[in-house]
Ligand binder design. Sequence first.
Ligand code: AMP
Length: 388
Amino acid sequence: MKTLKDLEVKNKRVLVRVDYNVPIKDGVVQDATRVDASLPTIDTLLDEGAAVILMSHLGRPKGGPEDKYRLAPVVEVLAALLQRDVRYVRDNPGSPEAAEALSDLKPGEVALLENVRFEPGEEKNDPELARRLAALGDAFVLDAFGSAHRAHASVSGVAALLPHAAGFLMEKEVRALGRLLESPERPYVVIVGGAKVSDKIKVIENLLPRVDKLLIGGGMAYTFVKARGGRIGESIHEDDQLDLARRLMEEFAGKIELPTDVVAADRFAEDADTKVVPIDEIPDGWQGLDIGPATRERYAAALQDAKTVFWNGPMGVFEFEKFAGGTNAVAAAVAGLEGAYTVIGGGDSVSAINRSGQADRVSHISTGGGASLELLEGQALPGVEAMK
Ligand code: AMP
């Protein structure tokens, strides 16, 4: 990838694609991790004498302006973190009004364009939109790792039209995740959880030959248990993935570990009645909503001598405090490893580690859930390719 040191930016207007797709509630940014992660690139460009024009998407607007998807709440957070004024351009990013609003932006100044998904051409990678966006700048920097798996106008479209480079966050993410694929120090242990096997199957298949152990948790465990003939009651599972689960368990018998006990609930609710049962013997009418205490201990022990760890996806329905114990235990076990290279990707596992207060004890926390998984699936990311 081309990086910032390859790009001439002095007295240039540099268009920077960032990922400010942050959680917002009642007009207030709930987690500014992604804004914070964009600062090194912005500060460097400003120090080197560029005018910085930032663009991002937020949420999933339906191809036009929607107030709840405006980037206004991000402006305050960004200005506070940068300790500078940020010019907020409320017009659609590809409009003549936006171009006009930026016409007097000077070196050392920062502007933020409105949500780029208000432009119907963004997700279609419309060449006309890419051309109008590219006309706003003299050079382009991609620092939106969380969007690097999207071939959208503001990601790969603009890159094709301007001198370009990857920003520091892109560089850091690609290097950190690349280490998991290239030459991980062993033992290498991967923990996957989350709702469905089908969502993560490609990454599981790509990683299984490379890892020493794959610890499975969350809703996806029940498809594997059903596939080997266990009784899973009403637990979430995917019947169309049973054959695949069976095949993986045969082919990688020594590597795949499944929970042995679960916290079962008599219904899917915060105040359900619960009991700990073996995962193969969940009574009819009950469902497994978290890994049990014996599994937590076994997984922590399996992590103990690991030298490389990747974790994606919760071990249970962690949104309910009652079923968050397994996810919290894995967070603590990963954070507690000394001398291991530990990487966490995906929104839910990242919020679990943040809540645990131990995020600073993890080697790398990825800002991109989907992008990190696609990279580990072995796929070429359009954003990364565009920076080559
Ligand atoms: P993902 O986005 O695929 O990582 O899945 C995260 C979701 O999986 C969370 O919303 C969890 O509540 C859900 N989940 C985890 N374990 C279970 C389970 N045992 N039953 C139902 N849903 C689960």
